[in-house]
Write a protein that binds this ligand. Structure first.
Ligand code: ADP
Length: 348
């Protein structure tokens, strides 16, 4: 036990000892005086009994002092010392430190419970941080090694123009991937620290959907993808226009990415009582059963064979925006047949 704890125990002993001694002393003296007065006992009798009573009082005070100190040691000093030790370990980063609630009185049990909860929450955050770092490093590793390999090849003498352009294009593609990854991480980080959307306005959702869809014109033309639209005119919603365009672009880019040539991507916009409902469907590879909820996790990609394009952050961003803007998202998918994302946004 530490020096200051021992000092506290000695102080506690002195307080209990003298407290008991003074209080009992006063009570006994008063009782004796009344007793002797009532029975008019001789002074010799008093002289004989007074020292005995005094020593009895000292003895009783000693016993109470020791008992009080022991009680305080086991019910106050020891738990506080142990709680403090665990907090010190947690502060140093040892997040596995735990206290066993069974060994504490109800006074400390709530504190111990909260310390254990804090330790396990910190440990979860710590694990998430580690897995996030390893995911980021993993995602950066491939494009960076592609860039360095092609940069090395570009230094080869007598390189044909064709090869030079090909290598430069590969470097450009990979640096684009790094750029996209970093932009997504920064955006996600910004949104995770944001509690409310920065600008909720009433705007024309029909126009926004058409504009986002037109942004993929090259893709659907190149890959002969059929586009089916059923978009009600001039549907207005109250949301963050900029953030919602990130949602449509991510869902549409996945729809086009996972739909094979001659497939179909359809976009519908209808209105209900409270919500405007957007459905984006594709006839692509679909999502394996049981994974539809996981696709919103950071860096989650269903099948490594299809994960060459993208970084698994798009739908994490979508989910965060949906939560921030108080919207609703639902995904239905059948492997090999296609996927439908349904988004509901408040009308006003
Ligand atoms: P990525 O950059 O890999 O597309 P996302 O977060 O946008 O990351 O998507 C996560 C994963 O969800 C994708 O890798 C894919 O496996 C699955 N996914 C998303 N949308 C679709 C879709 N329309 N069809 C099939 N799989 C999809």
């Amino acid at each position: 036990m530490k020096k200051h704890s021992i000092r506290r125990l000695i102080l506690n002993f002195c307080l209990t000892f003298f407290g008991f001694f003074i209080l009992s002393g006063v009570a006994i003296t008063v009782s004796f005086m009344l007793f002797f007065h009532a029975y008019e006992l001789p002074i010799d009798y008093i002289r004989e009994f007074a020292p005995r009573t005094f020593f009895n009082l000292v003895f009783m005070s000693l016993v109470f002092g020791i008992l009080g100190t022991l009680w305080r040691m086991f019910t106050v000093e020891k738990p506080i010392y142990e709680i403090n030790e665990v907090l010190r370990k947690i502060r140093k980063g040892n997040l596995d430190s735990k206290l066993n609630r069974r060994f504490y009185t109800s006074r400390y049990s709530a504190i111990v419970k909260n310390i254990n909860i804090i330790a396990s929450e910190l440990s979860t955050i710590d694990n998430l941080k580690v897995s996030l770092m390893s995911n980021i490093s993993h995602e950066l590793k491939t494009p960076i090694s592609v860039i360095s390999n092609y940069a090395e090849l570009l230094q080869t003498e007598n390189l044909s123009d064709e090869k030079r352009i090909e290598y430069a294009k590969s470097i450009l593609d990979s640096s684009g991937k790094v750029n996209e990854l970093i932009t997504n991480i920064l955006k996600l980080n910004q949104l995770e620290n944001q509690k409310i959307p920065s600008s909720m306005t009433e705007y024309n959702l029909s126009e926004q959907l058409c504009e986002c869809l037109l942004g993929f014109e090259n893709v659907w033309e190149d890959r002969n993808i059929d586009i089916v639209t059923e978009i009600e005119d001039d549907v207005t919603v109250v949301s963050d226009m900029q953030l919602m365009s990130i949602v449509w672009n991510n869902i549409l880019s996945n729809a086009f990415k996972f739909t094979p040539e001659y497939g179909t991507v359809s976009v519908t916009l209808t209105t209900g009582k409270k919500y405007a409902v957007v459905k984006i469907s594709d006839t692509g590879c679909g999502i394996p059963e049981g994974q539809t909820e996981l696709i919103f996790d950071k860096f989650y990609q269903c099948d490594s064979s299809r994960s060459t394009d993208g970084n698994g952050l798009g739908l994490a961003l979508v989910k965060r925006i949906i939560n921030l803007t108080d919207s609703i998202i639902k995904v239905e998918s059948e492997e090999g047949k296609g996927t439908t994302f349904t988004v509901k946004i408040h009308k006003n």
